[in-house]
Design a protein around this ligand. Structure first.
Ligand code: 8YV
Length: 331
């Protein structure tokens, strides 16, 4: 029996969910928005009935929350990274978790190249020079670093990493990479490094596009930054958790590395005060996918996953840790 013929499924929307997702789902399901009703109240009053969660990952989907929802079947994440969801607890309960892979690869790759160029060529600083009337006052913007002559390392050769490499092929820079496993089907045989430290030593730009989770927590540490060296530039578009942020602050301050371009931080939206005061960083508010085009695709993928699940067709993009190829049995 399809969802439309059965009792209306109840959905918990947590964190700052995209309003379009909630509105579309509300046409077919009963949606409780934590941002308007409060998580505690919703769980206390409707916890037994909630069959799905939609989340953008800003509020964690913890083991404690999952345990309080005995009839939870699906957690649909608005984003490719699902580190905010306790997938181990979900998997143990047979709950399917979905994310939004692939549709954001191009956007993320465009953005990463933009952040790289902005950081190397100090574009925001140059913009500040004009706005601050220093140019008009006769002060030239100083010469700065270049992408020319640089070797670029990509940490994480997954879906996004591969597209970043493809974009960078057009920039005539040698590329090397590190990933859990060597990738057999890359368009060029980029040099592969089994460990991150060795990659950092071999390059002077390190782009972080690693998968996020326990295995990659704070792997960009003091040693890796030291290996990147005094001409080194770090670009992080993955998650703040993959970088040892205090070690990065120290490395930037001490000149252990040259500069950093960061779209993600350990405790968003908090950005360490020390970084805000530095000249050699470009700091962005986690906007890699923040376009009407790509957020629209992500929105639709969240909606499609929920609808497919309650239609009994199975989730469209389940993450590998949780059940695959299963459909909702008539409940
Ligand atoms: C979004 C992201 O910022 O896809 C991801 O993993 O980090 C971004 O696309 C996030 O999903 C919240 O909107």
């Amino acid at each position: 029996m399809g969802w439309s013929m059965s009792r209306q499924a109840e959905i918990l929307s947590i964190g700052e969910m995209d309003i379009g997702v909630d509105e579309a789902l509300a046409e077919r399901f009963r949606v409780y928005r934590d941002s308007t009703l409060g998580l505690r109240t919703i769980v206390a009053e409707h916890g037994d009935a909630i069959a799905a969660i939609v989340t953008r990952g800003r509020t964690p989907t913890t083991a404690a929350l999952i345990r309080r929802l005995p009839n939870l079947e699906l957690i649909a994440n608005f984003g490719v990274g699902y580190d905010s969801i306790d997938v181990t607890t979900a998997a143990a309960r047979g709950i399917v978790v979905t994310n939004t892979p692939d549709i954001l690869n191009d956007e993320m790759a465009d953005f990463t190249v933009g952040l790289l160029l902005a950081t190397v060529r100090r574009l925001p600083q140059a913009d500040g020079h004009v706005r601050g009337k220093r140019w008009a006052g006769g002060e030239s913007f100083p010469l700065g670093p270049s992408l020319r002559g640089r070797r670029v390392g990509i940490a994480g050769m997954g879906r996004v990493g591969k597209v970043i490499a493809r974009r960078l092929d057009g920039f005539d820079v040698p590329i090397a990479y590190h990933a859990r496993n060597q990738q057999p089907a890359l368009p060029y045989p980029y040099p592969y490094h089994t460990d991150l430290h060795a990659l950092a030593r071999a390059v002077d730009v390190l782009i972080v596009a690693l998968p996020v989770g326990v295995a990659t927590r704070r792997v960009i540490n003091a040693e890796v930054l030291e290996a990147l060296g005094p001409n080194g530039i770090l670009i992080n578009v993955a998650r703040g958790s993959v970088v040892d942020e205090p070690a990065l602050v120290d490395a930037l301050r001490a000149g252990t590395i040259l500069a950093a371009g960061l779209d993600v931080f350990a405790e968003e939206p908090h950005v360490p005060e020390e970084l805000l005061e530095m000249e050699n960083v470009v700091l962005l508010p986690h906007v890699g996918t923040a376009t009407h085009h790509t957020r629209g695709l992500m929105r639709q993928m969240v909606i499609d996953n929920v609808v497919a699940w309650f239609d009994g067709r199975g989730a469209l993009t389940p993450v590998p840790e949780t059940p695959q190829g299963v459909a909702r049995s008539g409940r």
